[in-house]
Design a binder for this molecule. Sequence first.
Ligand SMILES: [Cu+2]
Length: 290
Amino acid sequence: MRVSNNLALLLAAAAHASAQSTTSTAAPSSTITPSEPETGKLGDAAQVIDNPVGVVYKATLPKSAFFKPAYPDGDNIKGEVTAEANPDGLGVRFNIKLSNLPKTGDALPYHLHVDPVPVNGNCTATLAHLDPYIRGEATACDKTAPETCQVGDLSGKHGAIPGDVDEWETSYVDLYASTVEGLGAFFGNRSIVFHYPNKTRITCASFEKVDGAASLPASSSTASSTTVSAGPTGIAGSNTTAPAPTGAASTTSRAVTAPTTTSVVIGAASSLRAGVVGAAVFGAAVAFML
Ligand SMILES: [Cu+2]
């Protein structure tokens, strides 16, 4: 019991020291600037670098709109959204293709929502926007600082659907939404919702994994998240440090996405790697004694 307490203290101290070193070393490099846009209670969204390449998710809109007055004849927006990791695993490319859009005159927002659509098609049941960093939506997303936006606020980050067109297509990479199962930013088991300008939910669809798409073993994504001794890349160090500034150490899944600080840590790694790795090795040694 006592040994285990000591181990916890030791690892906490290592994380703390590492975080402090990172902060002080990073300051002159000016890679971190005070963020003026509103960000999440848990900080800015982390870029996800290890999305599984070749895994495709798809959401296909239903035949009938959820908000019936939008299509009194029973019709709906037609189209689909596919999402797949960038070839290098950094970020996810969304391809959105829509037609039969309502002409409202104002842009139509759309988002990733927390829950999937139930079988009865109730878009209200998808709950709120995907927002693992607890940013809220009291203030609008600043698309010049997408890391501060709700992860699910795709139209906020990448632009809303024009309100005066019948068809619309777009394709972009979002660095914060993820296809890594288990992350808070994972949307593969969630949904996408299309709104009127006044936020009324017109239609929605769940994402589903596309069968037959090539997929890699999941090992690479978990390896980088758990191994402090993977020091040579510096990424492991960022996993240790990321939760510290926000106090969100309990959300281990978020730690995987820490790489917003990766470049900073790489710069600082040479000086603090020895200390962190040393502490980690010592911690591992203690762990073996338990
Ligand atoms: Cu929404």
